[in-house]
Design a protein around this ligand. Structure first.
Ligand code: DX5
Ligand code: ZN
Length: 224
């Protein structure tokens, strides 16, 4: 079974973005997310420089690790991810996803992520063309397609994302790559079906999933 799936009978995964979690009760909220069917946890790390918002870093990731055995994907929205890989590895995350638009050199940063024994993810913003990530696709475990400008939860899904996902799916098939395709931003019951049909494997959801009155039903609505 793929590393990002928890249930063998599911084709795609639901990854709650903890940005919309209850930070006063992370342990309880994460347990509720697991019970509702979360497959992995998406950790939005922001530096106030790469994006105009600040969130949390390795200390909180360490605490999250102690609350859950689910795979953790650290989505690093920071200008210099190369400077912080060791602390995130020490925090016990399973995957580190960097941005192709960041100021670090991409190839050596990915190589270091692999050396640290972690899954390698690469993310691209809505206005970044797939050509920017193409040179790295053969070695990636995860491609994180942003459907909103990174920085904040609760934004509107950009429908141009669907074409990008379809292209990534086709390139993966043709070139026999192994990466999972994940989509982040504005995912809900209305936007999920087209994204899944285009070939996405992991749907990240902050606002919709975390604020849903019935999270188990919300998780089901994010699967094909
Ligand atoms: C945006 C983050 C997303 C965000 C998703 O910068 O990368 O993970 O939290 O939140 P929603 O699902 O509310 O768009
Ligand atoms: Zn994210």
């Amino acid at each position: 079974m793929s590393w990002w799936l928890r249930h063998g009978d599911h084709k795609s995964a639901v990854a709650p973005s903890l940005l919309a979690a209850d930070f006063a009760d992370l342990r309880g909220d994460i347990a509720a997310m697991e019970a509702a069917g979360a497959d992995l946890l998406h950790l939005d790390v922001m530096d106030g420089h790469f994006v105009p918002n600040l969130t949390f870093g390795p200390v909180v990731c360490t605490a999250i690790r102690r609350c859950s055995d689910l795979p953790l994907d650290a989505h690093l929205m920071i200008s210099r991810p190369d400077r912080y890989l060791e602390p995130f590895a020490a925090a016990g995350v399973d995957a580190v996803t960097i941005h192709v638009e960041a100021d670090s050199e991409i190839a050596p940063t990915l190589a270091r992520i692999e050396q640290l024994g972690l899954k390698k993810g690469l993310s691209l913003n809505p206005d970044t063309a797939l050509a920017a990530v193409a040179p790295y696709l053969h070695e990636l475990d995860l491609v994180l397609v942003m459907a909103v400008q990174p920085g904040f939860g609760g934004q509107t899904f950009d429908p141009l994302t669907i074409d990008k996902v379809a292209c990534l799916n086709e390139m993966r098939r043709q070139q026999e790559h192994r990466y999972a395709i994940s989509v982040d931003g504005g995912i809900d019951a209305n936007t999920a079906p087209a994204v899944l049909k285009a070939g996405a494997d992991i749907l990240v959801s902050g606002t919709y999933f975390c604020r849903a009155p019935d999270r188990a039903a919300a998780a089901r609505s994010l699967r094909l």
